[in-house]
Design a binder for this molecule. Sequence first.
Ligand code: MGD
Ligand code: MGD
Ligand code: MO
Length: 776
Amino acid sequence: MSIDKDVSTGKEAQEPLEPRVGPVPEGDPEFRPYHHPAAGWGAAKSVTRFLVEERALVDGPRAIMRMNHENGGFDCPGCAWPDDTKGLHLDICENGIKHVTWEMTPKRVGREFFAAHSVTELYGWSDYDLENQGRLTEPMVYDAESDHYVPISWKEAFALVGSTLRGLDSPDRAAYYTSGRLGNEATFLYQLMARELGTNNLPDCSNMCHEASGRALQASLGTGKGTVDLKDWESADALFILGVNAASNAPRMLTALAEADRRGAQIVHVNPLVEAAATRTIVPHDFTDMALFKTTKTSTLNLQPRIGGDMALLRGMAKAVLEKSASDPKALDRTFIDRHTTGFEEYRELCEATPWEELEHQSGLSRAEILKAAQVYEEADRSIVSWCLGLTQHEHGVDTVREIVNLLLLRGNLGREGAGPSPVRGHSNVQGNRTCGIDHRPTEEFLDRLAETCGIDPPREHGLDTVGTIQAMREGEVKVFVGMGGNFALAAPDTPATYAALRSCDLTVQVSTKLNRSHVVHGRAALILPCLGRTEKDHQRGGVQSTSVEDSMSMVHLSLGMKRPASPHLLSEPAIVAGMARAALPDSETPWDWYIEDYDRIRDTMAEALDGFEDFNRRVRLPLGFRIKQPARELVFLTPSGRAEFSAAPLPDVVPEPGTLALGTMRSHDQWNTTIYSDNDRYRGIKNLRTLIFMNRADMRERGIADMGPVDITSTAKDGSRRFLNGYTAIPYDIPRGCAAGYMPEMNVLCALGDYSTQSDQPIMKHVKITVVPGA
Ligand SMILES: Nc1nc2c(c(=O)[nH]1)N[C@H]1C(S)=C(S)[C@@H](COP(=O)(O)OP(=O)(O)OC[C@H]3O[C@@H](n4cnc5c(=O)[nH]c(N)nc54)[C@H](O)[C@@H]3O)O[C@H]1N2
Ligand SMILES: Nc1nc2c(c(=O)[nH]1)N[C@H]1C(S)=C(S)[C@@H](COP(=O)(O)OP(=O)(O)OC[C@H]3O[C@@H](n4cnc5c(=O)[nH]c(N)nc54)[C@H](O)[C@@H]3O)O[C@H]1N2
Ligand SMILES: [Mo]
C-alpha cells in the first residue's frame, strides 16, 4: 500500500514508503550534529511547540502540575522511572509532557469518522495520521459487508467476545496481550479471567523488552527485578549506564546523573552511540540552572563497544579486577563471595582463561579502555549497573545481564546502600504487570495461591509469549486475539508475518485509547473497545477510583485521574475486563461486577493472592506508596543453592561477518514506541527523516555510499530468509565500524519472526544481520 498524501495537511509525500509510519516531513531531511546539553531549554521549547500544536495550552500545564504528585495526582503514563524520593512536585520531563498531552488531545474519533472512512482506506493512512485523529469515543465493530467499523453497544460487544470465546474448542485458542500501561487492578482481573477460562496465553510487551533481565536476575539472584531504589542512586560512587538512551527514554534519569556528578560520583556510559545523556544536561526542574543556562556533566567516561560487545567488556572488567586482586586482595570482597555466592572459582578460571585479545576483539574496545572502566569500578565503594534494551534484545541477553551480576558480586555490590543491579524498565507499569500475574510461565506457587484465593483451577501448562502467539495465529492454533492496550501489529517483529497472523484470527479485540494500526489489521470479526486514559476520572458505584502502578524500582503507588473522560461512553480497563469475563464465563463465581464497584475490593483479593501485597489498601495510600520487598536486597537468595549464583557462560561471537553489519533498531526522541510525534530526533541532529540508517563513515565509503545518500538494506535471518527495506538514507555517524542503527517500528520488517533469543525467547531487535548497498 503506498501512501502519497498526509491526510491532516494534504501535503504530497516526497518518497512514498510502505507503510509510512511518521507524518509527512515538514521540509527536507537534515542532519546537523547536536552540541547542546540534554533537556533544558531545547526541551522547554519543544514542549511549548507541542502544547500549541495539540491545542492543550490550558489543560496540558494544569495536568502536568498534578503528575507524579505524592498523595494524589496521576502517575505519568510515560516511562517507568521512579518519582523523586523527596516527593518533588515538578519531577517532569519533556517526553512525559508530550505523552500526557497526546492522551488529553481535544480531537475525537466518533462514529461519523468511521462512517466516512472505510478500513481499507484507513489502512493506507500513516500511523501518525491514525493516532492523530484523537481519542476513540465508543465501541465499534467491524462490518465486513461495508468494510467499515460501525457502532455497537457495550453489551453486544461483550456478548460477541463471550460467545466467540465459549465457542472455541480449547481455551488455548485465545491469547491475551498486555501493553505495559495497564494498571495493577485491571492486570490482576485480566490474568484471572484468562486463567479461569483455562489458559496461560498471556503474551506481553515485556516479552520484547526485559524478558532477558527477568530471567537473568531470577537465575542469578532469585528475584526477577532490580534491587536498588532512587536513594541508592543518590549514594552510589560509580554508575554504569549500558544500552539506554536516557535523555529520550528515561529523561528523569538525567536529574540523578547530574546530581551524581555534582557529588563527585563517576558516571560511565556504555553505548555504540554517544547519546545525549552521555554529555551534559540542564536539570529541567532546577529553575536557577534553567535561567542561567547552567549545564551539569552527566558523564565521566564514554565507551563505544560494538553492538553486542557488552558481555566482553563486562568480562574484561571482571578479569581486570581479578588480576588486580593478586597484588591487592581488597580488590575483591572475599567475605561477601564466601558467605553469599556460589560458582566463584569456575567464573574466576573462565575470566583468567579468556585472552585479552579476544575480549578486545569481541567488545570492539581496546584493553586500555576496558581497564579504564575497570579502574572506576575498583575505586568505587558502591557501584550500580543500570541497563535497558541495548543489552536485552540480543541472542545472548540473559548471559550478558548475568555477567553484570557476576561483576557486581566480585566486590559485594549487592544488598547494601548505593550498590546493585538496576534495569531501566520501559512502559510505566510493565513491571507491575508481571508482579500481578501477566506471565506466560507462572510458577506453581503463584498458581496455587491464586487457586486458593480466587477459587479457580488455573491451568498448569505454560502459555504463549509474543512470538509464540504470532506463530500460533499463523498456524491456526490461536483464533482470538485480545490486546489490552498497545499496538501489537506494529510493535511485534516481522511486520508482514504479524499482519498475516492477526488477519487469520476469527476475532481480534483491541482495548485502546487511540486509533492505530492494530485496528486496521484485524481478524474476520473485530472490536475496538475504547477505554479511559490514566489522566481521566474513573467513576464507579463506590465513587471515584484510583489504580496502582509499580515503577522500575518496585515502588507501588496510587494513580488518580482528574480529567473529565474523553467521552461519556468510555469504560475503565477493569470494567472492560469484567464485562468480557462475565460474558465469557457465565457460571463464574468470581464477583466481577462487585469488584468494579470499588477497586479496594480487587486490592483486598490481591493482598491475599500476591506475594508482597499484604495490607495493600493501607500501604498503597501512604504518601509515597510502598516498596515491594526484594529478597535479594536483604541478601536472601531464592535460588536453588540459596546463594547468589555466578554464571560461567562462554563468550558469544558477535563480530559481524565480512560485508555484513549488525543493526540495532531503536527509538527516535520524538516517538513513544509505535506512537510517532514528529520526524525529528533532536539529540541525534536529525530533522524531517525517519527512514534512515546511522552508519560509520568508513563503512559507507567502502560501499560507495554518499553522505545522506540513498541505500537499500537487506537482512538475513537465521534460517537464511531475506527481508528488505529500500530507499533509506545513510547518515554518517559516530558509531563503531560494522555497526548500524535505525528506527523501530519501521525496521521491524527486517526482524524475522524466527529470530528470537534461545535464552529469553525475546525477538533479536538489536542485532539484526544486514547488508547495505547504494540505492537508486
Ligand atoms: N520517550 C520515550 N520514552 C520511552 C519509550 C519511547 O518510545 N519514547 N519507550 C519505553 C519503553 S517500552 C522502553 S522498553 C524503554 C526503551 O529504552 P531504551 O533501551 O533506551 O530504548 P532504545 O531506543 O531501543 O535504545 C536503546 C539504546 O541502546 C543502544 N544500543 C543498541 N545496541 C546496543 C548494544 O549492543 N550495546 C549497548 N550497550 N547499547 C546498545 C542504542 O544506541 C540506544 O541508545 O524506553 C521507555 N521510554
Ligand atoms: N524493532 C523493534 N521493535 C520493538 C522494539 C525495539 O526496540 N525494536 N521495542 C519493543 C518494546 S520494548 C515494546 S514495549 C513494544 C511496544 O509495544 P506496545 O506496548 O504494544 O505499543 P505502544 O506503541 O506502546 O502502544 C501504543 C498504543 O497504546 C494505546 N494506549 C495508550 N494509552 C493507553 C491506555 O491507557 N490504555 C489502553 N488500553 N491503551 C492505551 C493507544 O491506542 C496507542 O496507539 O515494542 C517492541 N518493538
Ligand atoms: Mo518496552
